[in-house]
Write a protein that binds this ligand. Sequence first.
Ligand code: NCD
Ligand code: ZN
Length: 343
Amino acid sequence: MTQTLTIRRPDDWHLHLRDGDMLRAVLPHTAQHFARAIIMPNLVPPVVTGAEAAAYRDRILAALPEGADFTPLMTLYLTEDTDPDDVAKAHAEGLIHAVKLYPAGATTNSASGVSDFSRVAAVLGRMAEIGLPLCTHGEVTDPAIDIFDREAVFIERVLDPIRKAHPELRVVMEHITTADAVDYVMASDRNLAATITTHHLVINRNHILAGGIKPHYYCLPVAKRETHRLALRRAATSGDARFFLGTDSAPHTDANKLLPCGCAGCFTAPNTMSILAEVFEQEAALDRLEAFASRNGPAFYGLPVNEDTLTLVRETPDFPGHINTPDGPVTVFDPAMPLHWTA
Ligand code: NCD
Ligand code: ZN
């Protein structure tokens, strides 16, 4: 039995760090294991301009614990008023690594997102020219569409038309939750990849709804039925370069999770690597964890693989049920299975 596993240091290609006290509380948990992360721009107000992204990057760097080695890879929040020149300048300066598309109203702090996709065609065209990836929150917001179908319908109604209009645009389908999304990625020959979260490899919709409602398993896109979870596990553990880790670790205080209208998001930063090792071992694919967590992401983003390494040891880890923050406790995602790897 393998007792230790050493991989290139991983990166997180989709992460929510928030700001202020919450940023300072959650950042050490990511910096402990991850060398870099694509930082989501859905603050209140959102990170829309290059200047705002630079200021946010500086607040993240200032919040890093002494001696931590972590690079935030910044993104801009796409609005219908986004200026293509500002985007191109922030990219040319090496400041931003992607632009994030939130359909207006799709998820937490997405009110400033896009309703009329024709109004962002010029920005998307420029991004295609300069090779700047678009990260998509892939859910339609049409109230007539069942929430469990919103990802599949987004592919058909929004994503595929965007990709046909801008074939050179590089797209990351973020936090995919369906076999439909896996199939769509597999059918593409270039310029398309997908991130998969830790929690979507572990839970299906029964975990949220059967035997009592579990707000801490509620995130967006919402977990789907078991066949979809199994498709995600096959994709993540396949080694296919088009699939890589984006934890979507999204901290909310327990007070905000446990409301009559609770916030969406699972906080997985502290235990993601232990959970992933467990999942990959269950799938007899420990040798492909490095591809998923450390190699495929940099390859898509055109960045070098990290030089340093992370060693996982076969030891039962001990994670707290929650972390304390000045805003209140934040529950750590419970994988509801024993874990055997410590990072
Ligand atoms: C994210 C958040 O809380 O910012 N929530 C979530 O459920 N994943 C937003 C998002 O990525 O959809
Ligand atoms: Zn997210």
